[in-house]
Design a protein around this ligand. Structure first.
Ligand code: SAM
Length: 506
């Protein structure tokens, strides 16, 4: 028997994310390795932050900070480069790294650094810039600020030096970009439902790692769903009600109580009854309803029927407490996404979304997910984020008027930091998709889903868009001409539609 040979493997030392304040520069060393200049978090406010160079592999736990650095570098160089598009630049969320610009705190400058800056020489990329002691423990690198005379002290105020900025500009960041992209791909693979692809033919950037992909919206502080006991579901329906089409037997279905009445199927007697209900209130159970989805075996099975496609009426789906069974055709959006999507970089509007397959008119694509927050919290976030923030906030106000809910009582979905692929859908003034209210509990008028459906047949790879404002004709007409004048904060609309309204918001 051969003796067992143990080959020692030197583990790549990794920096712990919590120890790193920011990444301030990059270079390629003589071994052709990408290196990044790390500013360490100081444990005491009075101590100097330690700066040291590290390979991209050592920064595998700090990919968000790496991405901040690459974005800041990109923003900086695109600001310098005048392009014909620059007057219509899409606004960018300030990356946290912009807050980590060199501090004005004075400190003594290391002699090596000082001489290289003042002489105007290009900095030697091999120079070991660190002003503290690096230690290794449990596979992680740690840094300590020390004031020993043999440790070079570098100026905090001058980091990164102009030479470093210059070197960084011409140095490859390929490995770091690949690591970031792979991390995003891994996160996309972990999502339930059909595959989500990523494509970027314009540059090497990836969507923000600070964005968390979620498969269910997250209820934040002060947000409550209606008591689950109110989600009774339909009790009179059965999985097989003669025609084997479940709750399409719409007269009996309790879930469809508040769904649109199908006036074309009302007898004269029912028309009278319905008129009274509309004037005085009352239950419409027993009256036929508009079933939302094609339920027959056509090639449109599961797609929204024209009545809903042309209206903004809410859709009421059956739920887990219903007696209609698991295969009821009135359970569609809740079953989740089945469409293969691709997040792709557009030329001028950041990331966008498209389907890898042809979509049929009325086909469900996905829901708009995010953090569900109170109106007060949404106002606070909007005020700190400006008008651009508005693109991620979706007010759950569908039932505000009918239920007499005040603005303060409403909830809002914030899709900026958490959500699904719909977060990447851009606006168009002539969209190919539309957003719909989908409720699984007719008694909950504050928490429901916003589902995106194709509003016409869409060929594979055409960008998917919806109208962020989705005003009906009446609201369009009511709009005060004054209020639609663009302000300094207005975002120009780049949808390119013939009937473009020119601004996302005014
Ligand atoms: C919900 S996000 C859509 C995804 C976004 N493109 C991204 O890269 O994350 C909304 C933001 O996208 C950009 N956007 C969407 N539609 C646009 C349009 N028609 N014209 C210009 N910018 C648009 C704006 O920056 C807007 O604030």
């Amino acid at each position: 028997m051969l003796p067992m040979v143990v080959i020692p493997i030197r583990q790549v030392r990794k920096l712990r994310n919590r120890d790193v304040a920011s990444i301030v520069s990059n270079r390629v060393n003589s071994n052709k390795e990408e290196q990044y200049l790390v500013k360490w978090s100081s444990s005491k406010p009075t101590s100097y932050p330690v700066f040291s160079w590290h390979t991209s592999q050592e920064l595998v736990n700090c990919l968000e900070l790496l991405q901040d650095h690459l974005e800041a570098k990109q923003t900086h160089s695109s600001r310098k480069r005048k392009s014909p598009d620059s007057d219509v630049e899409v606004e960018r969320r300030a990356s946290p790294s912009t807050r980590l610009l060199p501090s004005s705190r004075a400190s003594s400058t290391s002699s090596t650094e000082r001489s290289s800056v003042s002489s105007g020489r290009t900095i030697n990329p091999e120079i070991k810039v660190y002003n503290g002691v690096l230690e290794e423990s449990e596979g992680a690198i740690k840094a300590k600020s020390v004031t020993r005379p043999d440790i070079p002290r570098i100026s905090v105020a001058n980091m990164p030096t102009p030479e470093m900025v210059q070197t960084a500009r011409s140095s490859s960041t390929y490995t770091a970009e690949n690591m970031i992209r792979n991390e995003i791909l891994q996160r996309l693979r972990a999502l339930p439902g059909a595959k989500i692809h990523l494509s970027n033919v314009h540059d090497r950037s990836a969507p923000s790692l600070r964005f968390k992909f979620i498969s269910e919206s997250v209820l934040q502080e002060g947000v409550f769903k209606a008591d689950p006991a109110t989600q009774i579901g339909c009790q009179q329906c059965r999985p097989h009600m003669g025609r084997h089409i479940g709750c399409e037997y719409t007269k009996k279905c309790d879930c469809l109580e508040y769904a649109s009445v199908d006036e074309s199927r009302l007898s004269d007697e029912q028309k009278k009854e319905y008129r009274i209900i509309r004037e005085q209130g009352g239950s419409t159970i027993g009256l036929p309803k508009k079933f939302p989805y094609y339920a027959d075996a056509t090639n449109r099975t599961g797609c929204l029927v024209p009545f809903y496609l042309k209206s903004r009426n809410p859709i009421y789906e059956c739920n887990d407490s219903c007696a209609c069974g698991a295969f009821c055709r009135n359970k569609n959006v809740q079953r989740g996404r089945h469409v293969e999507l691709e997040i792709f970089k557009t030329k001028k509007r950041g990331w966008g979304l498209r389907a890898k397959q042809d979509l049929r008119e009325g086909e469900f694509i996905d829901t708009y997910r995010g953090e569900i927050i109170t109106d007060e919290e949404a106002t606070r976030r909007e005020e700190s984020g400006g008008k651009a923030k508005a693109s991620y906030l979706y007010s759950l106000d569908k039932f505000a008027e009918s239920e007499g809910l005040s603005q303060e009582e409403l909830y809002v979905i914030d899709g900026e930091y958490m959500g699904g692929p719909i977060k990447f859908m851009n606006h168009s003034c002539e969209p190919n998709c539309r957003q719909y209210t989908v409720s699984y509990n007719k008694h909950d008028c504050k928490v429901y889903d916003i589902a995106i459906f194709a509003c016409r047949d869409i060929p594979a790879m055409e960008e998917l868009t919806f109208d962020y404002l989705d005003k009906d004709e009446e609201e369009e007409n009511e709009e005060d001409a004054e209020s639609s004048q663009p302000s300094q904060e207005s975002v120009p609309c780049l949808c390119g539609a013939k009937k473009c309204r020119k601004w996302l918001w005014t």
